[in-house]
Design a protein around this ligand. Structure first.
Ligand code: SF4
Ligand code: SF4
Length: 303
């Protein structure tokens, strides 16, 4: 069984499914969306996060680093070419400007933490959401976790990019899932490959299959589109998505306004931003979001 690293267990979440939830963020995703608002969740391996804003310039990291990657002359700056991700520096950084991203957690550890919040789930119709990153990248582990949580009477929701092997996920994970949010980003195959790093055909096939299986298997299903300026929020793309929904009988969707918080995170992880998104560090105007919604509404699709 492929075991993932976990980024975070985020309690009291109100955005990751119905009611009050704990969101379990898996580390690792098969897609490479250039706007990903959780860039720390893309790679499966642990990473070093460096916050130069929080650094107090004490120089401790340079003293403990065995590779000379943390500079004594430029405190808080790490040479990522030399860094071997031993994380010796993270424990000794007083303001936690240096942090390890990604922790191993067993199914039992996660269950134990989530069970403590069960009264809040029960009173609000909430539960646990598997998100990331991409939980379906680890179907056996995610399935074992969902099964264990279900045994405790906790409802499990899945947030997915839709790029996975359907039969494997259906066998291991879907039997324990009460609801799914799935992203549909770009209809044009070439643009999808360019901006998300993978073909969109498996995503669109999985959308149809999840939509069909939802009634029979008893999970709710909602497809969503993140509105990325100039990439996914164009009239052409949204119209193509809405037309496809009409064809397969999807009558409700959700549009997710562009979230610029990823902008600072890329710097902390030493990742380069794609030049097409340079300067997009602000939220979308409300009028633009209303315009996007109207494209679906005109075709009878609620949002
Ligand atoms: S993770 Fe290890 S190699 Fe990298 S900067 Fe910290 S101490 Fe140095
Ligand atoms: S140990 Fe932390 S606070 Fe001190 S110089 Fe290094 S990064 Fe900055």
């Amino acid at each position: 069984m492929k075991v993932p690293l976990v980024l975070e267990l985020k309690g009291n979440s109100l955005d990751d499914g119905p009611g009050i939830r704990t969101a379990v963020f898996f580390k690792g995703c098969p897609m490479r969306c250039i706007w990903c608002h959780n860039p720390e969740s893309k790679r499966t391996e642990p990473e070093l996060s460096v916050s130069t804003e929080d650094c107090i310039g004490c120089g401790t990291c340079a003293k403990v680093c065995p590779e000379g990657a943390a500079s004594p002359r430029r405190p808080g700056i790490v040479d990522r070419g030399k860094c071997v991700r031993c994380f010796a520096c993270t424990a000794s950084c007083p303001p936690k400007a240096l942090q390890r991203v990604g922790t191993e957690m067993s199914v039992e550890e996660i269950t134990e933490k989530c069970v403590k919040d069960k009264p809040f789930y029960d009173v609000s119709g909430g539960g646990v959401t598997l998100t990331g990153g991409e939980a379906t990248l680890f179907p056996e582990y995610a399935g074992a976790l969902a099964k264990r949580l279900t045994k405790e009477g906790i409802r499990v929701h899945l947030e997915t990019c839709g790029f996975f092997r359907y039969e494997t996920v259906k066998e291991h994970l879907l039997p324990y899932i009460s609801g799914i949010y799935m992203d549909v980003k770009i209809m044009d195959p070439e643009a999808h490959q360019k901006y998300c790093g993978v073909p969109n055909r498996p995503v669109l096939e999985n959308l149809r299959r999840l939509h069909c299986d939802s009634a029979e298997m008893g999970f709710s299903f909602l497809s969503r589109t993140p509105l990325i300026p100039g990439i996914t929020d164009t009239d052409e793309n949204l119209t193509a998505i809405a037309d496809m929904y009409r064809e397969i009988g999807i009558t409700k969707t959700e549009l997710l306004p562009y979230n610029p918080t990823w902008y600072k995170k890329t710097a902390k992880l030493g990742l380069k931003r794609d030049k097409e998104l340079e300067g997009l560090d602000h939220w979308q105007p409300k009028e633009k979001i209303e315009h996007c919604k109207a494209i679906f509404q005109k075709r009878g699709i609620r949002n």
